[in-house]
Design a protein around this ligand. Structure first.
Ligand code: BF8
Length: 621
């Protein structure tokens, strides 16, 4: 099949053929146009941090070994890494902040459209934060909780509240290393300060602060985003739905939600059920309104509502190329600015909604959580009205569609296990499940779309490794049927038996990228139950096709939390052998875990299996 060299996804292959026929440029064309990509950039040895530059270091030793200020490769690579971590941590954490602001507004009664959907979660969090709940109303508790959580961003307490979930041994290690995050914003600001010309020039000191900043994301901003979303929108429970571009419907108004924050997407899901708007759609000849997701906002609504997911990161343009999308509604993160150009060739309207993310060529309908339903209805109506502009001759929806089971929050996993982690720990102890791998992250057009995720995951489950995951990696798994209980047939005998007895898939979809916090929570709870550190567990992490700065922050906090992490695309650090040594070897003696880089997913799975076996042996299993 044509284009099978750039994606394993059949729906995407079909849409690439259509794009070629219709002369539409996609991300793969633009990547080609960028070749050869800047060698200095790929190695991480260019610096634009001051106006004496830009400077670059000659990796072959024939040219300059230092920038104008005297910074050499180690400093430059470490500084660039730190800035990527800061950006990634900022993105996750600012998302978290917005969700808390919504909780605050709801608790104060400033918006009637959001309510406390999960009282049990609210009370559990209140307890964790030392907020009295007995005899108080939900809004009263929520107001105190939101205030306490907002304080975490610029905390003066000296440490973040969710760090209390971390095993004692690891907390002490972070304290000893002085990388315990003090406040979420504070560490991000300090990254920018330290990487300013003439501040921190010691690559080890820089990397250590990068780890601290990333921990403020993993155990701070991302945790907050997940936990407060659960309070406002409900704790996910196992739910079924369908995935891939075939979820679009020829006879419906198709709306795609793309971005990250559930504040918008959740409201749109409800707005699309409005009788009056449905009647409007019927008047225009549509049989209904089909709301689908892409990327992590898709994950948020699939986890809670079983809403169909049209695809992952590299399918955002392809969804428009079907010619069947009335509106793509976007908020923040991972939204290609190219969407407006692609949409210009079809009838699709790109509607931006966040004051933080405007797109030339898109129409902007600001989403205001104080008037959430009113705005959501306006947006949905805009999409409905566009149905009449659809050009039937341009419509081609691929048949590819696959069912999934998702919604595996920590609470849902515990429920499936009968209320405690013990059955899971017993399965790990007996060897029925050899270990757990967290597979997360993006797509990257430098890499065959979905191939890394699927090959890596299949190898692992075949070898009795339970896979948990989030983000675009899990959308890839959904499309290949790996999120169905029936996929246990592909698993080794031990894992298969466990999955069949519990009725769960061998790959558990735990949510959007901020929901990696759920994985951290399970890892910490397992370590606490066994009385060991997280780094002692038979766990591995992997981001087979990562591309974003958020993924850099994720990798850093996962390794800092003690979990061996394999990257499937090469990070821009190779220009400093010292930084590479620190990240791939030296970190073992510092945080008890390292990064590995392996672009071949079969070999990467081999590394994960080896690591898991090593940890099992050390635990005497
Ligand atoms: O936050 S996996 S491409 S959508 S960055 Fe983006 Fe990567 Fe997808 Fe979710 Ni995460």
């Amino acid at each position: 099949m044509k284009f099978d060299d750039i994606t394993i996804d059949l729906a995407s292959q079909q849409m690439l053929v259509k794009a070629e026929q219709e002369g539409i440029e996609t991300v793969w064309d633009r990547l080609k146009a960028q070749q050869p990509q800047c060698g200095f950039g790929l190695l991480g040895i260019c610096c634009r941090n001051c106006n004496m530059g830009p400077c670059r270091i000659d990796p072959f030793g024939d040219g300059p070994e230092k920038g104008v200020c005297g910074a050499a490769a180690d400093t430059i690579v470490a500084r660039n890494l730190l800035r990527a971590i800061a950006a990634g941590a900022a993105a996750h954490s600012d998302h978290g902040r917005d969700i808390v602001n919504t909780l605050y507004a709801a608790a104060k009664g400033d918006t009637a459209d959001y309510t406390i959907k999960d009282e049990a979660k609210l009370k559990a969090l209140a307890n964790e934060f030392g907020i009295a709940a007995a005899g108080r109303g939900n809004n009263e508790i929520a107001l105190d909780l939101a205030t306490a959580i907002l304080e975490e961003f610029g905390s003066t307490k000296g440490k973040l509240q969710f760090i209390n979930r971390v095993p004692e041994k690891r907390r002490q290690l972070w304290e000893k290393l002085d990388i315990l995050p003090r406040g979420i914003d504070r560490e991000i600001v300090e990254c920018l300060h330290r990487t300013h010309i003439g501040v921190d020039n010691d690559y080890i000191n820089l990397v250590l602060h990068g780890l601290r900043t990333s921990l403020g994301d993993g155990w701070g901003g991302s945790h907050i985003a997940t936990e407060i979303s659960d309070v406002l929108f409900g704790v996910p429970k196992p739910v079924r739905g369908s995935s891939n571009l075939g979820v679009l419907k020829e006879d419906h108004v198709n709306i795609i939600l793309h971005g990250h924050e559930p504040t918008l997407s959740d409201m749109i899901v409800y707005a699309a059920r409005d009788e009056q708007i449905l009647a409007e759609a019927a008047k225009l000849g549509a049989k209904g309104i089909n709301v689908c997701g892409i990327c992590c906002t898709g994950n948020e609504i699939l986890m809670r509502h079983g809403v169909p997911v049209a695809g992952n990161f590299l399918q955002q343009e392809l969804a428009i190329i079907t010619g069947a999308v009335e509106a793509m509604i976007v908020d923040v993160q991972c939204i290609m600015p190219a969407l407006t150009q692609v949409a210009g060739c079809y009838h699709t309207r790109i509607i931006s909604t966040s004051p933080k993310a405007k797109f030339p060529g898109a129409e902007h309908i600001p989403f205001d959580e104080h008037k959430a339903m009113e705005t959501a209805k306006k947006i949905v109506l805009t999409a409905v009205e566009n149905f009449k502009n659809r050009r039937p001759e341009k419509v081609n929806i691929p048949d590819e569609k696959m069912a999934y089971m998702a919604g595996f929050s920590v609470e849902a996993i515990l429920e499936a296990l009968g209320g405690s982690l013990n059955p899971l720990l017993d399965a790990v102890k007996s060897g029925a499940i050899k270990g757990i791998a967290a597979v997360v992250g993006c797509n990257n057009p430098k890499y065959k779309h979905d191939y890394g995720h699927i090959t890596f995951v299949r190898e692992l489950i075949k070898n009795d490794i339970l896979v948990v995951g989030t983000g675009c990696a899990m959308i890839a798994c959904a499309k290949q049927g790996l999120l169905l209980p029936e996929a246990a047939r592909e698993a080794g005998d031990g894992l298969r038996a466990v999955c069949e007895s519990l009725g769960v898939p061998p790959v558990l979809h735990m949510g959007s990228c901020v929901d990696i916090s759920r994985i951290l929570t399970v890892a910490a709870a397992m370590a606490n139950a066994l009385g060991v550190d997280i780094s002692d567990l038979p766990l591995a992490g992997a981001a087979p096709e990562w591309m974003s700065e958020k993924a850099v922050s994720i990798g850093a906090y996962v390794v800092s939390s003690g979990i061996y992490t394999i990257l499937g695309t090469v990070p821009p650090v190779l220009g400093s052998p010292n930084v590479v040594q620190l990240l791939t070897q030296g970190a073992e003696d510092v945080v008890g875990a390292v990064f590995a880089v392996e672009t071949d997913p079969v070999a990467a799975a081999g590394l994960a299996l080896q690591h898991i076996q090593k940890k099992r042996t050390a635990l005497g299993l």
